[in-house]
Design a protein around this ligand. Structure first.
Ligand SMILES: Nc1ncnc2c1ncn2[C@@H]1O[C@H](COP(=O)(O)OP(=O)(O)OP(=O)(O)O)[C@@H](O)[C@H]1O
Length: 251
């Protein structure tokens, strides 16, 4: 779906609830039956209550918040991995999501086959992938392991290949969730340099990370989530300061 001109991402009134437990004890089930099956036996958790925010093309935004505040859920709704219970998500241009390490890879296929599979999923033609294949492998530093089945890859190797494929698809919008943490330091530095290059080229970035120093250097804007609500949206330094204050209070 497409949003209006300048917007890269538009989220309106997003709500997402998860079912935590489908059944209760035998006693609870009997009571429920005796009451004529009224009510709901499952336990639910509201991960996102009513989230609205917009990101313009070229903006670099950090999604911040304490554990369980709803950051990853929001990123998954934007990438389309999850569907909201209500509300809408619109994105403009090609969206590349690095959300879960290894997600989107077929474990029984080699790295090479996964490059073609993922490239196609991200909207590249076979010819485009042919042309970029060597560059993808070179950036990933996977080397001779490119013909090994990815089920034998370490989490760092998954990240290297997934990151390399994603940046080579030349996305307009790049969604990154924490995964950089599994890369070793030299590769992390390389990813961060690449992310800064994407941003300098006017790409839109939405980053989830607990590395507040990192997001302060990569992002301009911060959006702070708490219990599934946006409670602050502004300059990343101000939002990081507020999150640090709340983290101290929570300790
Ligand atoms: N598939 C799921 N089923 C049930 N509950 C879920 C599911 N996914 C997320 N949740 C719950 O929703 C809440 C928000 O999770 P989410 O992963 O979005 O938080 P987060 O802000 O990214 O947290 P963290 O900083 O720990 O990564 C959490 O309480 C989590 O347990």
């Amino acid at each position: 779906m497409r949003a209006s001109s300048q917007l890269a991402i538009s989220c309106q009134n997003l709500r997402k609830q998860f079912v935590l437990r489908h059944t209760r004890s035998m006693k609870e089930a009997v009571v429920w039956l005796l009451k004529g099956r009224r009510g709901d036996l499952s336990k639910k958790f509201m991960a996102l209550t009513d989230v609205s925010f917009e990101v313009n093309q070229g903006e670099t935004v950090a999604l911040l918040g304490l554990n369980g505040s709803g950051k990853s859920t929001l990123l998954k709704l934007i990438s389309g991995v999850l569907q909201p219970d209500s509300g809408s998500v619109l994105t403009r241009g090609r969206v590349a999501g690095l959300i879960e390490v290894g997600a989107g890879f077929h474990h029984d296929l080699s790295g090479r086959d996964n490059v073609y599979l993922n490239g196609a999923i991200l909207g590249m033609s076979e010819k485009q992938i042919d042309d970029m294949f060597d560059s993808i492998v070179e950036f990933s530093e996977i080397g001779e392991f490119i013909d090994t089945e990815v089920k034998f890859y370490s989490s760092g190797m998954y990240l290297r290949l997934a990151f390399s494929i994603a940046v080579h698809t030349d996305p307009e919008v790049f969604l990154i969730d924490e995964i950089l943490a599994v890369g070793d330091e030299p590769f992390q530095r390389k990813c961060i340099a690449k992310i800064k290059e994407l941003s300098a080229n006017g790409k839109t970035l939405l980053v989830v990370s607990h590395d507040l120093d990192l997001v302060s250097t990569v992002c301009e804007r911060g959006v702070l989530l708490e219990h599934g609500n946006v409670i602050m949206d502004g300059d990343v330094h101000d939002v990081v300061t507020e999150l640090r204050r709340r983290s101290r209070d929570a300790a």
